[in-house]
Design a binder for this molecule. Structure first.
Ligand code: ZN
Length: 54
């Protein structure tokens, strides 16, 4: 799974990831050209981070 998150909600995104996936998340900062396309899952801000398992 992949969770997009803003700076404020990245902690929550990590918690949700672990709860849902039972796996260690990998957190990456989005490239600037990607930030424009993705919104935070938990608010209306642009996403800054992606939490995923690779
Ligand atoms: Zn947010």
């Amino acid at each position: 799974m992949k969770i997009f998150s803003c700076e404020e909600h990245v902690g929550h995104a990590l918690d949700m990831f672990v709860a849902l996936e039972k796996d260690f998340p990998i957190m990456d900062r989005l490239q600037e050209n990607e930030q424009n396309n993705e919104k935070c899952e938990y608010c209306a801000e642009q996403a800054t981070y992606i939490v995923a398992n690779k």
